[in-house]
Design a protein around this ligand. Sequence first.
Ligand code: PEP
Ligand code: MG
Length: 588
Amino acid sequence: MAHPVVEQETVYRGIPASPGIAIAPVHVVARGFSAPDVYEIGEAEVPGEQERFLRAVQRTKRQLVELQQRLDNLSGGGEGGIFEAHAMMLEDKSVIERVTKAIASRLQNAEFAYYAVMQTFLEAMRRVPDPFLRERTADIEDVAQRVLHNFQPDSDASHPAPDGRHILIAYDVPPSEVATMARRHVAGFASEQGSVNSHAAILARAFGTPAVVGIEGAVIGVRALTPAILDGYSGTLILHPTPATLERYRRLDEQKASVRSRIESERGKATDTLDGRALTVSANIELVEELAIVRHSGAKGVGLYRTEFLLLNGGEMPGEDQQAAAYSKVAAELAPHTVTIRTLDAGGDKLPVEPLTEPEPNPFLGWRGVRVSLARPAMFREQVRAVLRASAHGKIALMFPMISGLSEVLLCKDVVSRCMEELDREGVRFDESLPVGVMIEVPATALCADLIAPEVDFFSIGTNDLIQYTVAADRVNPHVADLYRPTHPAVVRLMKRTVDAAAANGIPTAVCGEMAGDVRFTPLLIGLGVEELSVGPQQVSEVGQAVRSLSYAECAAMSDEALKLGRSAAVLELCLSLAGKRYPDLLE
Ligand code: PEP
Ligand code: MG
């Protein structure tokens, strides 16, 4: 008989990545396979549990042989050999021995003993320098997953997650998973990896899914189906919450919902400062599926459309016609507002556009953004043509990511001119005065903003990358999250330099990094002279309200003060003191 372990409330702390509260049981996904429930067994139950383990192995073996035969029959080419290799891994003597011993010595149920042995084994495999052996971990995970499902003879191996609402706990959550979470009943997620500015976190905020990242030890420490609360405001995961904690969170959830509905009641209002400076508050989108949320948010257009998310459902960019259809749909639905389409920014923590033969040692300093587009002229041309074609159906602006200097700007402009000439010859309509701009997200580009401004129609500061490159702290590494400071004096100075160079050349500057959606920084950005804030769709109303509560004159005076300060904390304090005076309720 199983003896459930009595559990106490336990709190894990991480980094708040997407606000909101989720109350649900957890589903744990350890790199590739789910942790089973654990319970103590009595000495007398040991032989029975060992028998259960061996039966699960035998059941798995039968499935693998069947799969091998089916695949061989289909292909006739011996492709089923992969499952033969899996079957050999399955019956590895040392694994069988370790698991049967672990059941007897730890007095734990068979599936947990197997899971723990396989985890240790996989950790060791991941550390071996030989890339071929390292790659075999995926096969071992596959086999382990199958065995774990076969402990329950009636289980459906293709649906390991619980059917009802649950909190997902994973080592890492890829951005591609986040978009489908609501459909899969994921009420929120916690991951060991990731940071506030990882693309998974950005998407979580866009879809309103609570998220906490950088929670160390959660995957190995948390058991499946444990009741939990995920607090995306403070960045905590609470297991086995007491009735008092549950009550406190239910009240907090209600309180937040009422603040939200008050802010939302002002949706769509003009976003001028108290002294009449007009700001545009637009939205960032990653997927066409977000259009409804954007329209509902009252955003004045899209300041950043991250087109690399078109890569999500396959390895390649869709063809020109398909892209033109997607861009036209967004432009037509949001007209007369502008949709700023950014060309592909693959690489970094986003999907690569093609499999790399060697993993890059520093992906954020590697082959990403416009570097990939310029190296793949046919693909680049297709995307630019698709954007131009869509410009006949609404108001579109085009911008390039990861620009690191003037030469790249000139190369990109050349591609645009050539695509315009082609379309002209083909008699295809497009907006001949389509604004073309660049993202300022590399310090070199901010420093040379005066050289670039005469060549473009607008700047858009990508603070997510600008910060990481300026302070040399990876935006997705939780260990350096503390160094990643939006108010670092170097970042503030680079932004000021950018806005000044733009103004001197009569072009506007937007900010589309996550900093734009954080109302603590609104006074600073307005004061520096930024004219558009492009933010996550869920932050549009809140940022709009912050703008309406401030005067440009007081923000400008504050940012002049900020530019004299030497410490990030002092700049932040200055921002908070003005924001706290004008909209204390938005900062709670
Ligand atoms: C940025 O870097 O701030 C930005 C908006 O681009 P992304 O987050 O897609 O890299
Ligand atoms: Mg960027």
